[in-house]
Design a protein around this ligand. Structure first.
Ligand code: ATP
Length: 320
């Protein structure tokens, strides 16, 4: 028998809900039921369909997903190049739906850095590596002689950190694709952004060079503390990060977390990966297609609450 709540119960419940931390309150990037609809020639495409994503300060994580799943749409929104149709998106305390054009420009210059797949899109061909790196610093601050000296020093530090000091005075066409991409990372880091976004940064490179690029991202993450989000098709890159989030049909679907375990007897270290499904705030869960297909689950499943887990079984109602 259920008893009706008293007015005092309702008041307590309302106060608890009011005082509960908001979704993503401690995250650096918060996407809350993010929607992006494109309309071309009267036809609507829902590229993002209520996507939820939290990224904590200092994370290095990968986003994966089939072509057309919405990865680039999400990156363009986080980069401040596109605006969502609905939902909420915050990056380092910037509300991406409420920025004026001036805020947006400042956001793109100081809060986020980006590296694109096409190496040519990242660098100006008529500037040297060092000049490409100092340019965003010059655009972000008034340039005095003292500032110029500090900017050159920062450019050299970044070139050194990413192991490309020898490229300092070279133009992009005098560098390999991998060197260009590492200079592009240095350009993106020039103004010490809170977040570095990279869309398929190893897409045009062979696997050995891709490894060097990934090492550069890891160095930036570990030495500068930059939060890094990489969109990738590259399984090797995806399996190197601690967290890989899969996007499917414009929503986050599953997530793989990896942690190192040391064998107590041999001292041997292994990486253990575990797949998680995302549970949204309405309690909705998306089961991986390969699981549901294997067990022939469709339309309806049977649920059972156990003390420490929930069991999900194929629909057995016709056997009852
Ligand atoms: N400017 C646009 N106008 C119309 N539709 C668009 C636009 N940009 C993206 N879309 C559509 O939105 C959906 C998501 O596209 P998006 O580029 O974000 O996918 P993606 O996961 O990055 O794919 P890929 O891995 O191929 O780059 C696709 O159906 C795409 O056709």
């Amino acid at each position: 028998m259920t008893t009706n709540p008293t007015l005092a119960d309702l008041t307590t419940r309302a106060a608890t809900a009011r005082n509960a931390p908001t979704y993503g309150h401690d995250a650096l990037i918060t996407c809350d039921r993010l929607v992006r609809i494109f309309t071309t020639d009267g036809i609507e495409v829902q590229a993002l369909q209520g996507l939820d994503l939290l990224v904590r300060d200092g994370e290095l994580m990968a986003l994966v997903g089939a072509s057309g799943s919405g990865k680039s749409t999400l990156m363009n929104i986080l980069a401040g190049l596109d605006t969502p149709t609905a939902g909420a998106a915050r990056v380092a305390d910037h509300d991406l739906l409420a920025m004026t054009p001036k805020d947006r420009l400042a956001y793109r210059r100081r809060t986020v850095g980006f590296v694109w797949q096409q190496t040519a899109r990242n660098l100006l061909p008529y500037l040297t590596a060092a000049q490409n790196i100092t340019l965003p610093m010059q655009l972000a601050t008034r340039t005095t002689r003292k500032a110029r000296k500090a900017q050159t020093e920062r450019a050299l530090e970044l070139l050194e950190l990413l192991d490309i000091a020898d490229c300092r005075d070279r133009h992009p066409n005098q560098m390999s694709g991998g060197q260009q991409q590492r200079v592009a990372i240095a350009v993106a880091l020039a103004n010490s952004p809170a977040v570095l976004l990279a869309d398929e940064p190893t897409g045009e490179l062979d696997s050995h060079t891709a490894e060097q690029i990934f090492a550069a991202f890891r160095t930036a993450n570990e030495h500068l503390g930059t939060t890094i989000v990489i969109v990738t098709h590259d399984q090797a890159v995806a399996s190197e990060v601690r967290r890989t989030v899969a996007i499917r049909d414009g929503r986050t679907s599953t997530e793989v977390l990896r942690r190192s375990e040391v064998d107590a007897t041999t001292g041997h270290e292994t990486v253990v990966a575990r797949e998680y499904a995302m549970l949204d705030r309405a309690g909705r869960l998306q089961l991986p297609a390969e699981y549901t297909e294997t067990l022939g689950m469709r339309d309806r499943v049977a649920l059972e609450l156990e003390p420490d887990h929930i069991g999900v079984w194929p629909d057995d109602s016709d056997r009852a």
